[in-house]
Design a protein around this ligand. Structure first.
Ligand SMILES: [Zn+2]
Length: 536
């Protein structure tokens, strides 16, 4: 049966639509899925030496489905049958994302939930719901710590990789306690808050947990005194913002032990030139604010998310006690807010590539990997499109009301709302496949909004089965901490270590890397192999 499936699968690479007419194709595929499900009866109850948490900011279920079709089409397939890397994970759950004071959440409240294990208010970071947004004097006493801190306290190495500013909402909840997510530097803070002693988020990155081994992303301008010219761009907006006159990159270095190698880099060449074996601490700030969209990325100066993840893992995994790594595909959300579905979906494809790279560098025997989103968006995919239709294409029929075509991808609200001469814009008059095309929206808004339905949680590795069913978002770090024997609930861990601990520590990951490389070359359909490596 398996051989039949594999031969049918090989055929599918060439002509999946023909194979699908054969009922045996579907029966064999279902048996294969059943076989994999039966294997899950033997649970992986190892201790997770390493934990990697991938967060696709704004990556709701519709976004995952659309990105699956896009990635399949980049592989020259119809697309619907494709499987993202995250979809290969054996366990899946749904996370309820609301904030304590918001039905539709924001990234600060949700990040606090999935990193600190406590639900809180919209717009606040690393503080409980007892704190009030923008009220500095409600911070003290309401601070809550994150799984990154728990991992550090347990002797693990820790890292943060994001495509946004490193002091943006999602990464900040890992290290900061701020009642306002917009307090990027002291320049963005009200004088009252400064007077009451609250510190900006960039400052907290350097001081709260000074020994974070790897920090990679954007956000350079918040680290330098106001008016300091940027190292890469000449425009005024890229200049430093800090009112306190501090150069935080210098402070970051000064806080590291003198016998350790600490590197600050600001471009891709410097990053890839590093010898990870001799890097103890790494700070990489590649843009003044957020990093570029993957489709707009300058391939000479800016690393991809995948490259950053690879560097981070190679540095972090040197610690025999293991590591915790937070990775954010942070600009999926920005693409959606702008109504630019193509930008958002290519961000997901890039994060999926990073998930594959992380999988190749680690082993499910000792590494728990979780992929989730903080919240969704009001993004839809539908309209009777035929099989294999371009994901950025038109639905088959015209609207029976205004007799105009429409795209499969639409938004419930946002900047794509457009009326021309009193009627809905005819999309044939514009380039709806352009990367900056704003998909049509039902309600005009300058920024498309978040959605409030549940988001997926994919997991693999030790204790991945603990992430199942429908749960509150703040459960996620509790499950990850239990799996890796860190944090407050560790009674089950007495004397337990991970496979390969001791003399062979690290060998399981290296073995996994070799196995993955072999299996990658084995599963690639030979005529498409060059294309696979080009887009994967
Ligand atoms: Zn957002």
């Amino acid at each position: 049966m398996l051989l039949l499936f594999l031969s049918l699968l090989a055929g599918a690479c060439l002509s999946s639509l023909v194979q699908e007419k054969n009922p045996e194709y579907w029966r064999a595929q279902a048996q294969q899925t059943l076989h994999k499900a039966l294997e899950l009866q033997k649970l992986n109850t190892n201790v997770a030496k390493n934990v990697i948490l991938f967060v696709g900011d704004g990556m709701g279920v519709t976004t995952v489905s659309a990105a699956r079709i896009l990635k399949g089409q980049l592989h020259h397939m119809p697309g619907e049958e494709f499987q993202l890397e995250m979809e290969k994970f054996p366990f899946l759950a749904l996370s309820k994302t609301y904030n304590t004071n918001a039905q539709v959440p924001d990234s600060a409240g949700t990040a606090t939930a999935f990193l600190c294990g406590v639900k809180s208010k919209k717009g606040t970071l690393g503080v409980s719901a007892a704190a009030s947004r923008s009220q500095c004097n409600t911070t003290k006493g309401n601070e809550i710590t994150s799984i990154l801190r728990w991992a550090k306290d347990a002797g693990k190495s820790v890292g943060i990789v994001t495509t946004t500013r490193v002091n943006h909402a999602t990464p900040s909840a890992a290290y900061a306690h701020s009642v306002d997510r917009t307090w990027y530097s002291d320049n963005e803070m009200p004088s009252e808050a400064l007077g009451q002693g609250c510190k900006d988020i960039a400052h907290q990155l350097m001081h709260n947990i000074p020994d974070i081994e790897v920090v990679l992303g954007g956000g350079r301008k918040y680290m330098f005194p106001k008016g300091t010219p940027d190292v890469e761009y000449g425009n005024k907006e890229a200049r430093g913002t800090r009112l306190d006159g501090q150069r935080l990159t210098d402070i970051w270095r000064e806080k590291k032990p003198p016998n350790k190698n600490a590197y600050y880099v600001w471009n891709r060449r410097q990053l890839l030139k590093l010898d990870w074996n001799h890097v103890d601490f790494l700070l990489g700030l590649f843009e003044p604010k957020d990093m570029m969209y993957e489709l707009n990325r300058n391939r000479w100066t800016d690393p991809s998310l995948t490259e950053m993840v690879e560097v981070a893992i190679k540095i972090l995994r040197k610690n025999p006690e293991g590591f915790f790594l937070l990775v954010e595909g942070g600009r999926i959300d920005h693409g959606h807010h702008a109504g630019k579905a193509k930008q958002a979906l290519h961000e997901v494809v890039e994060m999926d590539r990073a998930i594959a790279r992380a999988g190749a560098l680690t082993s499910s025997e000792d590494t728990l990997t979780v992929v989730t989103a903080d919240h969704s968006h009001v993004f839809t995919l539908g309209g009777h499109a035929p099989r294999g239709n371009s994901i950025f294409g038109l639905a088959t029929s015209l609207s029976d009301r205004d007799k105009k075509p429409f795209t499969s991808l639409l938004y419930g609200n946002g900047p794509g709302y457009k009326v021309v001469a009193g009627e809905r814009e005819n999309v044939l008059a514009v380039d709806y496949a352009d990367k900056n095309y704003r998909a049509q929206a039902a309600v005009p808004l300058s920024k498309e909004t978040h959605g409030s339905e549940d988001v997926p949680v994919f997991s693999k590795g030790p204790m991945a089965h603990l992430l199942h069913g429908v749960f509150e978002q703040n459960y996620i770090p509790h499950a990850m901490a239990y799996a890796s024997c860190i944090g407050s609930n560790t009674d089950h861990c007495q004397g337990q270590r991970w496979p390969g601990d001791g003399a062979t520590a690290g060998s399981s990951s290296e073995q996994a890397e070799r196995t993955q490389q072999r299996s990658n070359s084995a599963i690639a359909c030979s005529p498409l192999a060059p294309l696979l490596s080009a887009v994967d």
